[in-house]
Design a protein. Structure first.
Length: 281
């Protein structure tokens, strides 16, 4: 797979609720909090779900205490499980498959997330050995995603997450060395992974090629920060101020992370990330 193909394939990994049987509204456990107005056990459909699998308060979710619903993004796992794994059979019409469908959904979601990260790595220059190792992992993941429900239910996703995580870490280092030397002409950024920066002020901060994996930026001020080439896998950006921030080449940034943050029209995002409609434009 060449760089162009990887970029285009990654961009297509988006949610299509019209072809999903509302699996995020049924399969997931919801705990009442600032993000959700109610408690909802896994396997029970949300009280706001209509018979046509549409949300009856979709246009006012944030105002009615369901901010978490507007943040959530399954990368297309919902429509894959609904239309491919279960061949378009819904849990309403076939209640006997409901439990199995709900259990399969989070497994497929994790597999698809791994696929998305690998595809993103392919959009940069990698060493031949690392590229081949990632290709092998991608082929494995794609095979698993397309298995039937019985096979999927017996998958231990952790078994695949560990080696892929190690390869993505190597990919991040390779990409950051290239960007720091040949693009930005600066020393490679610092390792500030898994730090607690909740509420901290990093306005105008230069984070280019930093390792920020697993860092807490909850409600932090990242206004006009430069996050190009920074590894943002697992970073918590809930309510972080991204106004004017440059994330155009941030590594392993997800739609859900961006959805949970605050930004504006001056925030620069990667090609595969869409600007949330509720941002202060």
């Amino acid at each position: 797979m060449d760089t162009y193909q990887a970029i285009q394939t990654r961009k297509k990994m988006t949610v299509d609720c019209r072809n999903c049987f509302a699996l995020c509204c049924t399969a997931l456990n919801i705990v009442a909090s600032s993000d959700f107005a109610i408690n909802k056990p896994a396997g029970i459909h949300c009280q706001n779900l209509n018979s046509d699998f549409r949300c009856q308060i979709h246009s006012t979710l944030r105002e009615k205490g369901f901010k978490g619903c507007t943040v959530y993004d399954c990368l297309g796992a919902g429509q894959h499980v609904s239309q491919y794994t279960f061949n378009g059979k819904s849990w309403r019409e076939y209640p006997e498959i409901a439990t199995k469908m709900y259990q399969v959904f989070p497994i497929v979601e994790q597999l698809i997330e791994m696929k998305a990260f690998i595809l993103e790595a392919f959009s940069y220059r990698l060493s031949p050995m690392l590229y081949e190792q990632l290709v092998n992992q991608l082929n494995t993941i794609e095979t698993l995603v397309n298995e039937n429900a019985e096979v999927l239910l017996n998958i231990d996703t952790y078994e695949y997450q560990v080696p892929i995580s190690e390869l993505l870490s190597k990919a991040s280092n390779e990409i950051q060395r290239y960007l720091s030397k040949d693009v930005f002409h600066i020393p490679k950024g610092k390792n500030m992974s898994r730090k607690d920066f909740i509420g901290k002020n990093f306005a105008n901060q230069d984070f280019r090629t930093y390792d920020l994996r697993g860092t807490y930026f909850i409600a932090a001020n990242l206004q006009n920060a430069d996050l190009r080439g920074a590894n943002l896998i697992g970073v918590d950006l809930r309510d972080a101020n991204l106004n004017g921030a440059n994330l155009s080449s941030s590594l392993f940034l997800t739609q859900m992370q961006v959805n949970s943050a605050k930004g504006n029209s001056k925030t620069i995002l990667p090609a595969h990330i869409q600007q949330p409609p509720y941002w202060n434009i």
